[in-house]
Design a protein around this ligand. Sequence first.
Ligand code: NAP
Length: 289
Amino acid sequence: MSEHTVDAVCIIGTGLIGGSLALALRQAGFCREIIGAGRTEETLIKAAELGVIDRYDTHIPGAVEHADIVVVCVPLGAMRAVFEQIDAGRNEHTIVTDAGSAKQSVIDDAHAVFGSDLQYFVAGHPIAGTEQSGVGAAFPELYQQRRVILTPTEETNTDALDRVRTMWQAAGAVVETMSAEHHDLVLAGTSHLPHLLAFGLVDCLNNLEDIDEIFRFAAGGFRDFTRIASSDPIMWRDICLSNRVQVMAMMKRYRDEMVKVYRALEDNDGEKLKEVFERAKRVRDAFCG
Ligand code: NAP
């Protein structure tokens, strides 16, 4: 009997997220073989050279043919097209999962391609990452003690769910399950809105005159706040569009908050400002502590 939990894992999209998962699974001895697949051969060659994958196949139906688990780690806008290619090569028990940052849109894409039978499809999202992209940025510790959210549906097969859970645990993650709807609401507030604010702030300042002068005097706070504005624009375009309803709802709440703060400034109301800042500090200190 094999010493590995599963025989072969196929990772489609060997960038930061897929590459880091491959490295972590390899380190954990989770599977005998990791097959890489994707659209650009140079990326796959680099992934093989870096020891991220054992072999690659640019033909996705061929790459998934002998895989027990297929993990799709491409931008959200590419999910449906990749699912179509998986469908052409998978067998009825191949487990398909993903790492996309919004979940209902991915489940909709899976439904559109795999039909009503989503038994072996397990939607997932690792709450881990950096502002870097590409296989060169991948590292095996990315998921250590980080949360991964799985969003099974009523149709999800429990063995398939367990296998995907075990895979992420082997990569060092702490796995939780919740509905896709709840996931998308929570992440709109804690991840998608902050990225929009960071992109928006830098773009807004960039439209001012003397921009070089402004950035020259930008201090640590500006760097901390805007670090995530260095994230991949295509990936974030896709995330915002995929979760647009929840993101717009969060933006409205934030706009209302900003109106409140704006009015306090208009009224020269230091008490009001202090009240907001104290409340926010208390919450953040408790959360980060
Ligand atoms: P990444 O480093 O840019 O990697 C994306 C990978 O997908 C690359 O291998 C890329 O290959 C491939 N790809 C891009 N477009 C494709 C297409 N149309 N068809 C097939 N393959 C394509 O991005 P990432 O940060 O790993 O993100 C991957 C997924 O994880 C996204 O869905 C994202 O929402 C999610 N995620 C990201 C983070 C984060 O912080 N970065 C965290 C959690 C989840 P090429 O060489 O061909 O471009």
